[in-house]
Design a protein around this ligand. Structure first.
Ligand code: ADP
Ligand code: MG
Length: 600
């Protein structure tokens, strides 16, 4: 084939591929345009997760009729004139690419009017081809209507995730922008159903409540911190409020939502030693710095930035967050502690000189430099690398490898630190982590009932109402049948609010809202939460939330019942997440430690 220039349609489709990946990218570009136009009020309507329709209407400055055709051309922008301005950008847009890109992969109609003109104008672009400009009567501002996104790029359509996921991406995006611009009014509607509406009165905490729910919003810690040339405002979660992934770490830089791994790292450093392994904070942080200090022209969708003085920005973020954390919450004891929940997995085995009881159960136990046997089968995920695993990898044969998984009958001695049960078996002493053990017990019972398709459900005396953030609520609605299979009777009860009327008899006496939130958290992490193996994970998560906690004193009967139930488990030696439920000090080991046997 001879070399030739791409037709402008093909070229803009290629360019569009970089900017417009999914419906949420369209919403983002249009929102940014409205914000740049100084809109006080922005209304977004979507249908079929944005695939059928995305409409963004604003009351901003509008586009003069004479410029409307230019606005949809590639590399056409009113925000940048000279190349040196690229390094001091104060608008969200500057590439002049969004409208052209969107127009090339959809049927787009722009209607706009500026204050000085009596009439507005309308222009339709279909698959990159503009129609005729028509005059229309309309209010000041701009409305962009995007229909049939990717109708002419079927391959793109195939890459889209489920409607639930795409809709959630839009929800999250709009809510975050609403939070970043609390003085503008945002409204997001899915068809006729209003998903989010903000007052535009500058009250960020109210928007936070829409994003995370009232309970969470109340707990979030506010940050207001300034330093020469930089300001940081927003919210971070206290150490008691965490998520299992980084998805809820949000950063805006000069009003622009960015994904910056190193900024999140700086933030996580502020939480260092305050969070459990594998837990992450929720944050919505807004960093303001001089436009010259940040290069925003490094990513086609403007989602990444580069700082001129990266270290300075990071240490500012880290210090501000740390200060807020320390000011609001007392620092928990971070030393491995009988009471603490902080766990670290040391890269080097710690060298204890004696038997140190004060140790988290993920850590390697050593007594006089000799490793103790911890009875747990090799666990499945690398994150949960069990001690048994590490032993074999360090060359020490695992004495119990191959021994059947069941545990012998145990005689209860008692509870220590309201956290561990001490028991005697035919072969020595057992230390049982009550939380991990209870998790295992609940999990096996629930899964057994689930397998029989009969999870006994029990009605609550007083139904409990649980309010969730809109995106979680929408997700939960789609998953109500799964909940029912798990023995929950949950009904919609007002906007984003659910009423729990019954729950699995197994969990009776615990707070049903815990279970519901655990389930939602799981749904949110999964693209297709209906598969079978996912149900086991779901069950594991609920059981984790419902299990007795470390630090909870148990009666003698409760302790005995727990041990008894554990003996009946198929895999009593690990919790459903693969961590050990018990440490076994064999008679043999005890004898050697006390110098009764062997030469040491
Ligand atoms: P960019 O935002 O990078 O300039 P776009 O393709 O998104 O490029 O928009 C092109 C131009 O159209 C903008 O520079 C702006 O002048 C105008 N425009 C787009 N959307 C709006 C809007 N909602 N209100 C006013 N002007 C707009
Ligand atoms: Mg733009």
């Amino acid at each position: 084939m001879p070399i030739r220039l791409l037709s402008s349609e093909v070229a803009s489709q290629i360019a569009a591929g970089e900017v417009i990946e999914r419906p949420a990218s369209v919403v983002k570009e249009l929102l940014e345009n409205s914000l740049d136009a100084g809109a006080r009020s922005i209304s977004i309507t979507i249908e079929e997760a944005g695939k059928k329709l995305i409409e963004v209407a604003d009351d901003g400055s509008g586009i003069p009729s004479s410029e409307l055709e230019l606005a949809v051309a590639r590399h056409a922008t009113s925000k940048l004139a000279r190349s040196d301005e690229l390094f001091s950008i104060s608008t969200l847009g500057f590439r002049g690419e969004a409208l052209a890109s969107i127009g090339s992969v959809s049927r787009m109609t722009i209607t706009s009017r500026v204050r000085d003109e009596q009439e507005g104008a309308r222009l339709r672009v279909e698959g990159g081809v503009s129609g005729k400009l028509t005059k229309v009567g309309t209010t000041v501002g701009t409305t962009v209507r995007v229909e049939d996104l990717f109708y002419n790029v079927p391959a793109r359509l195939k890459f889209l995730k489920s409607d639930v996921t795409e809709r959630r991406a839009i929800d999250l995006l709009v809510t975050r922008y609403a939070l970043a611009y609390p003085d503008r009014r945002f409204k997001l509607a899915d068809g006729k159903n209003v998903v989010l509406q903000t007052a535009g009165d500058g009250d960020r905490r109210a928007i936070l409540a829409a994003l995370y729910g009232v309970d969470v919003a109340r707990q979030m810690l506010e940050i207001q911190s300034g330093e020469e040339g930089a300001g940081l405002t927003g919210f971070i979660s206290p150490t008691s409020l965490t998520r299992s992934n980084r998805k809820e770490i949000t950063f805006f830089i000069n009003g622009r939502w960015v994904h910056d791994v190193s900024l999140s790292t700086a933030l996580l450093q502020a939480y260092h030693t305050l969070l459990m392994v594998g837990r992450y904070p929720l944050t919505a942080l807004f960093l303001e710095i001089a436009p010259e200090e940040v290069d925003v022209n490094v990513h086609p969708a403007k989602a990444e930035v580069r700082f001129r003085n990266q270290d300075k920005v990071f240490s500012f973020v880290q210090r501000s967050a740390r200060r807020a954390l320390l000011a609001y919450s007392p620092v928990p004891n971070v030393a491995p502690s009988l009471w603490g929940t902080t766990r670290t997995i040391p890269s080097e085995p710690p060298r204890y000189t004696g038997l140190d009881w004060a140790i988290g159960h993920d850590e390697e136990l050593t007594v006089n430099n000799e490793r103790l046997t911890v009875d747990s089968p090799p666990s499945v995920t690398p994150e949960n690398t069990s001690i048994a695993n590490r032993q074999s990898s360090t060359g020490t044969p695992n004495a119990r490898a191959g021994v059947e998984n069941r545990i012998p009958l145990l005689r209860l001695i008692g509870q220590i630190g309201a956290t561990y049960l001490v028991a005697e078996g035919p072969d020595g002493l057992y230390l049982v982590d009550q939380h991990a053990a209870h998790e295992r017990v609940l999990f096996e019972k629930l899964m057994a009932q689930h397998a029989m398709k009969n999870i006994p459900s029990q009605a609550l005396l007083t139904p409990v109402a649980v309010t969730l953030p809109p995106h979680s609520a929408n997700l939960l609605i789609t998953q109500l049948p799964v909940l029912q299979r798990f023995g929950f009777e949950v009904e919609e009860f007002g906007p984003h609010t659910f009423q729990v009327r019954a729950m699995p008899a197994l969990f009776m006496g615990s707070d049903p809202s815990f279970a519901l939130r655990a389930l939602v958290e799981d749904f949110e992490e999964d693209e297709a939460p209906l598969q079978n193996e996912v149900e086991a994970r779901l069950a594991a998560r609920v059981c984790k939330r419902m299990a007795v906690k470390a630090g909870q004193a148990l009666s003698n009967e409760e302790q005995r019942a727990l041990l008894h139930d554990l003996e009946a488990c198929d895999s009593p030696r690990t919790c459903p997440h693969g961590r050990p439920t018990m440490i076994h000090l064999s008679v043999d080991m005890l004898e050697r430690q006390f110098g009764r046997r062997g030469a040491r």
